[in-house]
Design a binder for this molecule. Structure first.
Ligand code: PXP
Length: 249
């Protein structure tokens, strides 16, 4: 019987802060959402402290670090100011992402080969502080190999193109994700995935055996409006586990 590798769920609470910030004030509180996620079966909390602070604030990060028992995964741009913040809070993990001010969300993966020196420095400095660093990359062989070469212990594969695609384009993007995940495993990299995942798209990604963590946010917060955040997270968790077990049976 094949050994089933556990699949962790990191719940990204950025968009609870987006709603809060639409009016200012404290409601809804992303830290309360993080506590609810913990109770609903999340294995970790993910938050993206963007340079323009459009959702998560510095104070949110301080409170998450202080009040949440689950591992915190800090998504951040490769900017020195962000590095200083990460070194101050020392989250369990940091996920380095490309960031442009005008984008609505993280639009693509890092070009690791083109920013090798900077990424090597970030991975090394964070690693020395005990922060496990992942690089958010497109499911591309060149990027996986480059991530290995800058010393990153983890890659997170961008699933946004897969989620947005339909028909044969979706099938070929899924194949690209499978190949990239398998290469990451062969190179000794821990493999995560995320972006745009929903109840409909999560199963195929959860079934890829070398992926060990999914980071999911926007869909869960949106779905929470209709059926509650707790129930959305529980259902996502159940769909992930089901897909994982079916694949490995
Ligand atoms: N992983 C990374 C690296 C991201 O940048 C994001 C978006 O902040 C996510 C996962 C979660 O994506 P979504 O909110 O679409 O589920």
């Amino acid at each position: 019987m094949t050994k089933i590798r556990p699949l962790r769920l990191g719940v990204n609470i950025d968009h609870v802060a987006t709603i809060r910030n639409a009016r200012g004030g404290m409601h809804p509180d992303p830290v309360r959402a993080a506590k609810m996620a913990a109770g609903a079966g999340a294995d970790g909390i993910t938050a993206h402290l963007r340079e323009d602070r459009r959702h998560i604030s510095d104070d949110d990060i301080a409170r998450l670090a202080r009040e949440i028992d689950l591992p915190l995964n800090l998504e951040m741009a490769t900017a020195d100011a962000m590095l200083a913040i990460a070194l101050r809070f020392r989250p369990h993990a940091a996920c380095l992402v490309p960031e442009r001010r005008q984008e609505l969300t993280t639009e693509g993966g890092l070009d690791v080969a083109a920013t090798r020196d900077r990424l090597s420095r970030f991975v090394a400095e964070l690693g020395r502080a005990g922060v496990r660093t992942s690089l958010f990359i497109d499911p591309d062989e060149k990027q996986v190999r480059a991530a290995r070469s800058v010393g990153a212990p983890v890659v997170e594969l961008h699933t946004g193109t897969y989620c947005d695609a339909t028909g044969t384009a979706r099938i070929s993007e899924l194949e690209r994700l499978r190949r990239a995940a398998s290469l990451a495993g062969e190179l000794g990299l821990e493999c995560h995935a995320g972006h745009g995942l929903s109840f409909e798209t999560v199963g195929a990604i959860a079934a890829i055996p070398s992926i060990v963590e999914l980071n999911i946010g926007h869909f869960l917060v949106g779905e929470g409006i209709f059926g509650g955040l707790d129930s959305a997270i529980r259902r996502m968790r159940a769909l992930m586990d089901q897909a994982r077990h079916q694949k490995s049976a």
